[in-house]
Every structure is written in C-alpha cells, then in structure tokens.
Design a binder for this molecule. Structure first.
Ligand code: FE
Length: 289
C-alpha cells in the first residue's frame, strides 16, 4: 500500500455505495452477534467473506463461546475491544486475546480450534473478519500473526485523532504489524474528534468498507451519512475521505485486494470449487486437518 499525503489529494475519492446494519445472528454454541458481512443483505465483498460484531454485557449472550470447529481456505481476524477470549487449536497452540489485541489466523489447509470467553461476566466486545485466500494459498501451512494492544502502533494527530494500525500503512507512514501480500490488507481503528476529517489512500484494486463503532460519519465528497453501528460499502476510487458527525466517532476502516476467483463456500470452508468443499468435509471427518 503506498501513501503520500501530498499525492493523495489528486486521487479519486470513494463515495458511499450502500449501508447495512447487518442482521442479528447466533453462531458457535449460541453466541449472539451481529453479522455484518456474510448476511443475506451483503453476502461477501471479495475478498471480505464475513464480518461479525459481538457486543454484550449479558453472559448468556456469549458464555457458550465457539467450541471446537474447523476452518479451511481463508483467514480469520479477531480484534477485541473489551473482554478476553481464549483460543486453543489442534496443534496444541493456546492463548488469550485481550482488549486491543488482534489474532490474525491463516487457517489455510486447516485448523480446528475453539474460541471461548475467558470471563463469566462483564462486557465482551469485538469483531471477527474473514478474509479469503487465493487458490494458490488455500492449502498452504496454517499460521498466526498475534499482537497485543502494545504491539499495535497508534498514530496521534494534532487534532486529537488516534489511528490504531493493525494492517497497512497510513498517509503519515505508520505501518501495521499484520501482513498478507496476496490481499494487501488495510485494517485501521480510528478515533475521530467531532467534526474532524480523516483521509486514507486505498488502491483501486481493493474492496473497502467502514464500520461505525461510535458516533457517526459523513462519507466522501457527497458527505453521505453513515450512522452508528452501520457498515458502509465504499465505491470505486483510490482515496477514502470521512468526517466525524456532531460527536466524536470511532470507526474501523477495512480494505483488501480483490482476488477475482470463483468462491465455493459452506460453513467454515471457503474454497474455489464444490469438489474442494466435499474434499474439506471428507478431510475433516477423516482427521486430516
Ligand atoms: Fe473459528
């Protein structure tokens, strides 16, 4: 991702193409969440396959967690804002994701894991994003990129803006620790003071979305309204430009390079063909993960 604050001013600005609040959903052993991408309203946005938001201080909504389940063919990116989530997989790997922490899991040819709340009460709040892998990487070795809150660089602007850079590079040159050359992801968590502007170059090759965590935003040259807890799908262009509304705003800006490959998808398996999905089920049942 290349950025130059002087050059970006000439780039075509991405306008707001559509908005969705997502739909209430239940997953795992009964975790209540909002499915923002991967819903009937927004099936996928190549290569973004799914975006879930979980946010509750009622343990009944989350305590059952996500017991042992497989993934193949893509990456899961878990970003926690509040609470603690314990992760365990079939290679013996185990850890706890804490507030401000990110687990970038490349499931690739297969991981079986559980994701369980490490808390009996209190607020659990976070996001899980699924990013597709190109055909050439779907059956590669699984891997992790894990970062606690101190390992996520924070860029502070004079006007009070704070940008947490999980992946990609900002106009000021702050680089996020998570990388994936094939999809060149950008993942920013931005605090924007009331009325403040924010701009970021995002290559035309990338799908791009904005999710409003707090407050509201006006998007693009048309200043189209993007309300609280809504996802905005941004149209073609090379630059994202948003302004916070009457109160301070917090938002996620997520972008990744389109793969433009066929997608065959069933539950936790995302491949290119139906035959590969059948193979994934067979491999999982035969303990070949
Ligand atoms: Fe999972």
């Amino acid at each position: 991702m290349t950025n130059d604050s002087a050059d970006t001013k000439t780039l075509a600005i991405r306008e707001l193409l559509g908005i969705t609040p997502g739909i209430p959903a239940s997953d795992g052993a009964g975790v209540r969440l909002t499915r923002i991408i991967g819903s009937p309203q927004l099936d996928m946005l190549d290569p973004l396959l799914l975006l879930d938001c979980f946010e509750s201080d009622d343990p009944d909504d989350y305590i059952a967690g996500f017991p042992s389940h497989p993934h193949r063919g893509f990456e899961t990116v878990t970003y926690l804002l509040a609470g603690r989530l314990r992760h365990k997989d079939n290679t013996g790997r185990e850890g706890v994701i804490e507030p401000g922490g990110v687990q970038w899991m490349t499931a690739a040819r297969g991981i079986i894991h559980s994701e369980m709340p490490e808390q009996a009460e209190g607020l659990l709040r976070g996001f899980q994003l699924w990013i597709n892998l190109p055909a050439a990487e779907k059956m590669s070795e699984p891997g992790y990129q894990e970062f606690n809150s101190h390992q996520i660089p924070q860029e502070r602007h004079a006007n009070g803006t704070i940008v947490r850079v999980i992946a990609g590079t900002t106009a000021a040159g702050t680089q996020g620790p998570a990388t994936r050359p094939s999809t060149d992801p950008l993942y920013l968590d931005v605090d924007l003071p009331a009325g403040a502007d924010f701009a970021q170059a995002v290559p035309a090759s990338h799908a791009c979305v904005v999710f409003v965590v707090d407050g509201s935003l006006d998007v693009g040259t048309s200043m189209a309204a993007l309300p609280l807890r809504h996802l905005g799908v941004l149209g073609p262009g090379e630059r994202v430009q948003v302004r916070a509304g009457a109160s301070a705003s917090r938002f996620l800006l997520i972008a990744a390079k389109r793969l433009e490959e066929p997608v065959a998808r069933h539950g936790p398996f995302v491949m290119n063909t139906e035959a590969e999905i059948v193979q994934a089920f067979n491999d999982y049942r035969s303990n070949r993960f």
